[in-house]
Design a protein around this ligand. Sequence first.
Ligand code: 8YV
Length: 315
Amino acid sequence: MIKPDILQMGPYPEWDQAPLETSFNMHRYFEAADKEAFLREVGPKITGIATRGELGASADIIQACPKLEVVSVYGVGFDAVDLAACRERGIRVTNTPDVLTNDVADLGVAMMLVQSRGIIGAETWVKDGSWATKGLYPLKRRVWGRRAGILGLGRIGFEVAKRLAGFDMEIAYSDVSAKEFAAGWDFIADPVALAARSDFLFVTLAASAATRHIVGAKVIEALGPEGMLINISRASNIDEEVLLDALETGKLGSAALDVFEGEPKLNPRFLSLPNVLLQPHHASGTVETRKAMGKLVRDNLAAHFAGEPLLTPVL
Ligand code: 8YV
C-alpha cells in the first residue's frame, strides 16, 4: 500500500515517531529552515496532518495542502486548529480526549498544593542553608477544608473536583448549566460570583473564541488578594495583562500556571514575580499518558486512511 503523506507540525517521542514512519511518509514541518518553501514543496501531496494541541493547524497551513483529508491532534484541545477552514473543505479532525484527563487533574491539584504550602521556597530554604541561619520557614496557607471554584466542569474539571473533595474542600463550579453528576457541589453560573466565593479558582474550560479572556479584571478582582488562580487549560482563557497587573499590585494573591500566551516564550514579567508557580505546559506529560495520546493520534490516522470510523472525532 502507498503510504499517505503526513505533515508533522511538532516533535513526538521516539516511541511514536518510529511507528508513524512505518505507516506514513512523515514530513517534518517543524524542522524545516524555510517553512514556506517546505510547504510549497510538500503541501500538494499532503493528505494528513499530525499536530500537537498547542500547535494545531492554521488556515494558511490548511490552504497549502489542497488534498488534506484529516488533522490528528496530539492533545484534547483543538482550539489551534482552524475548524472553520476544515469544515468548509470537509476535512476531518480528531483529538485525544479521556486518556489525559487524570494526569491533567493531578497536576492542577499538585500545583495548588505546591503553591499554597510554599513547597518550592521551602526546599530552597533547606538547600541554601536558610533553615540553619534564619530559622523556621514562614507559615503558609492550608488547602484542606477551604473553598475551591471550578470554572468549566468538563471531564478535567470533574476529576479536579473529585480530588478536591478528598481534601474536604467546599466545591462550587461554573458551566453553561448545572450538571446532574455534580450533586453536592454548588452551581454558580456567573464566573465572577464563583471567584468571589473561592479561595482557589481552577480554570478547566475548553478554549474557544467564546471563552477568550473569560478570566478578566472582574473575575480576578473577585478572587482577590487572598485568592489563587490555577490554569491548566489554555492561556487564552485568561487576560494575561490584567493577571500580571493584579499579581504585581497584590490585587490577586497568587497564581499557578501551566500555559502562557506565546509559550514557550512567556511574558518576562512572570519571571520576576514572587507569587507565581510556573510550569512548562506539561499537565499531560507522563510517559503513560503521552504513550496513549500518541497511539490515538496514529490510530485515528490509520482508521481514516483505511476508510474506518474515526476513534475520537472532533469534526
Ligand atoms: C499537551 C494539551 O501538552 O491536551 C492538550 O490540549 O495542551 C496537552 O495535553 C499538548 O497537546 C502536547 O503537545
